[in-house]
Design a protein around this ligand. Structure first.
Ligand code: ATP
Length: 495
């Protein structure tokens, strides 16, 4: 292994750097609100990655402070491992830069980076015992025996394996093997430890124990941890900061409590913990309408009558015996004991299905009343109020969009070939079982239950995402035809 010859000690960013690199994603400002510089051990600036014609990372920026425990969280295939591999130097980005302590390391080979990686599979040497597995790197560097011995014993103590040095690695449990892998990674005193789903192969009990131990190790070592997982509970337990990703894009960056209590969009709300997500209208600041009723809330900064999404956490809905004066009444549909609390679904009198968690049990079929406090209603801006689709006029009654040709109402003032925007409401798209029944086709890529209806994201053959409100039940991965009636397509000229 080559010696690290580059100077990677922390350097303050200049104000110019701060401005140039200031990202436009929530929670990741390069300067604080007063414009003062912050120093970061890691700066990931506008990283994009393509594998052939498939984009896996889309303009990802992330700024990590020294000693922080940052978790990259997202569903399978969202690009977490690719981002970690770019940090480690195993993959180069198509666009963007990676800095460590103010030095550009985008093209630096992995062995020169002051980082080590712990993988999901422990990748230990089966023919070496615990001691020799951990000492391997130092022996390669020809460090003297006494120094190696001191260092190996120090890390064995940190990972709780002090009496195991002579043991064959094959004789260890999964959790113990992972500790050896961590010991091997930290013995080189990296500034940053990268961990790619390191607990995924362990059973639930061992995973929980190891989570606590990892947190303790992080505290003792004082180094920066970048941790990848798809397990939201693990992310909430371990992290100082969580980066939620979906489809190669950063959705939100924040502390665990911020991400849980103030999700910025339905994807984050749905992915982190259980939630009821409902469509609503912000009548005015601090007054929101959903489930056909008006509620007081604490959210501000909305346009009058703005269409919004409302998040109600199941533990924040109070359930009690039926009271005819209550604002929300309904009937218990299901009730499951979850160990500490009961999880119930209630169908409200106006037809909404709500998930509720409470220490008290209410029987299936029982009439109940519900209370929601203003501070427990979380209102989110919608990214889109409607589908705005880039399209091209084929002739006066047809437009090309979403990978197909759709019939539209006659557009007398539009020439064929004109670039237009087609505006289509979420309710105005019908999904068909057979692709030939639609003018174009796509795949269901995300489903959100909104209390009464589903909001389905369909990734079309042209690669665009459209939102569809529907009563029909679809599954992730379903291939569907897309049908839109001519009168439901509003066409306007595009620059
Ligand atoms: P998981 O939790 O399942 O590991 P992930 O979020 O870590 O998922 P990545 O491993 O980063 O996701 O992969 C993101 C996408 O990039 C996937 O669709 C994957 O198939 C694709 N991908 C990853 N590496 C390559 C590669 N070398 N060549 C082509 N496609 C790749």
């Amino acid at each position: 292994m080559a010696d690290r010859i580059l100077d990677l000690t922390p350097k303050p960013l200049s104000s110019e750097d701060c401005t140039q690199r200031a990202p436009d994603i929530p929670g990741a400002a390069a300067c604080d609100i007063n414009g003062n510089e912050k120093t970061y051990i890691i700066e990931i600036n506008h990283i994009s990655k393509w594998f052939g014609d498939k984009q896996v990372l889309d303009d990802v920026s992330l700024f990590v402070k020294k000693g922080e425990f940052v978790t990259i969280l997202g569903p399978s295939g969202c690009g977490k491992t690719t981002l970690l591999r770019i940090l480690a130097g195993f993959t180069t980005p198509t666009e963007g830069t990676v800095y460590i302590n103010g030095t550009d390391i985008t093209m630096m080979p992995p062995y020169q980076r002051p980082m080590n990686t712990v993988f999901q599979r422990y990748a230990l040497f089966p023919h070496l015992n615990v001691y020799d597995n951990i000492a391997f790197g130092l022996k390669l560097k020809k460090e003297d025996e006494d120094s190696i011995d001191t260092q190996v014993r120090r890390v064995l103590k940190i990972v709780g394996l002090s009496d195991y040095e002579e043991r064959d690695v094959d004789s260890l449990s999964g959790g113990q093997q992972q500790r050896v892998a961590i010991a091997r990674a930290i013995i080189n005193k990296p500034q940053v430890l990268l961990l790619d789903e390191p607990l995924a192969a362990l059973d639930l009990k061992m995973r929980k124990d190891m989570q606590l131990e990892l947190k303790q190790m992080h505290k003792e070592l004082g180094i920066t941890f970048i941790y990848v997982t798809h397990d939201q509970e693990e992310a909430l337990t371990l992290s100082d900061t969580i980066v939620v990703m979906n489809k190669g894009k950063v959705q939100q960056i924040g502390r665990p409590t911020d991400i849980y209590n103030e999700p910025v969009n339905p994807f984050v709300a749905d992915f982190i913990g259980d939630s009821n997500i409902l469509s609503g209208i912000m009548v005015e600041d601090r007054k929101v309408q959903f489930m056909y009723q008006e509620f007081e809330c604490v959210d501000e900064g909305f346009q009058p009558n703005e269409h919004v999404d409302v998040v109600l956490r199941p533990e924040d809905i109070y359930i009690m015996a039926h009271n005819s004066n209550a604002m929300i009444n309904g009937k218990v549909e299901t009730c499951i004991f979850k160990g500490v609390h009961y999880e119930m679904t209630v169908i409200t009198d106006n037809g909404y299905e709500l998930l509720i968690q409470d220490y008290n049990m209410f029987e299936v079929g029982q009439e109940v009343s519900l209370i929601i406090k203003p501070s427990d209603i979380h209102v989110m801006h919608r990214e889109f109020q409607t589908n705005n689709i880039e399209a091209v006029m084929k002739d006066q009654t047809h437009i090309e969009m979403l990978g197909g040709i759709f019939e539209c109402l006659p557009q007398d003032n539009m020439e064929s070939g004109a670039k237009v925007t087609a505006t289509v409401g979420f309710h105005d798209i019908e999904l068909m079982d057979y692709t030939e029944d639609g003018a174009s086709a796509g795949m269901v890529s995300f489903i959100l239950f909104k209390g009464k209806q589903y909001q389905v994201t369909v990734t079309t053959d042209s690669g665009e995402d459209i939102l569809v409100n529907t009563d029909d039940v679809w599954d992730d991965g379903d291939i569907v035809g897309i049908k839109i009636l001519p009168q439901d397509i509003k066409i306007s000229a595009r620059e």
